[in-house]
Design a binder for this molecule. Structure first.
Ligand SMILES: [Zn+2]
Length: 75
């Protein structure tokens, strides 16, 4: 797969959390200790994984050191 930034080769892998689901939050927002998916969505964020999952598929570009998540929202 091609990096959307530098067009180099992306390496398949996973973002891994040892304990908790993985969230994305806009700048200025925080995922609190007991964050619910609904509470996070009210602040513009979302889960990258379902509540019982600890890995999110992502691709890494070693040329520009960026992670790319093409389908970020948990199903
Ligand atoms: Zn790149």
């Amino acid at each position: 797969m091609e990096c959307p930034h530098c067009h180099g080769e992306l390496e398949a892998g996973n973002i891994i959390s040892p304990r908790d689901p993985i969230f994305w939050c806009p700048n200025g927002e925080k995922a609190g200790f007991f964050t619910t998916a609904r509470g996070l969505e009210r602040r513009g964020g979302f889960r990258l994984t379902r509540s019982f999952e600890r890995t999110a598929e992502a691709w890494y570009c070693r040329t520009c050191n960026r992670l790319t998540v093409f389908d970020a929202k948990a199903k």
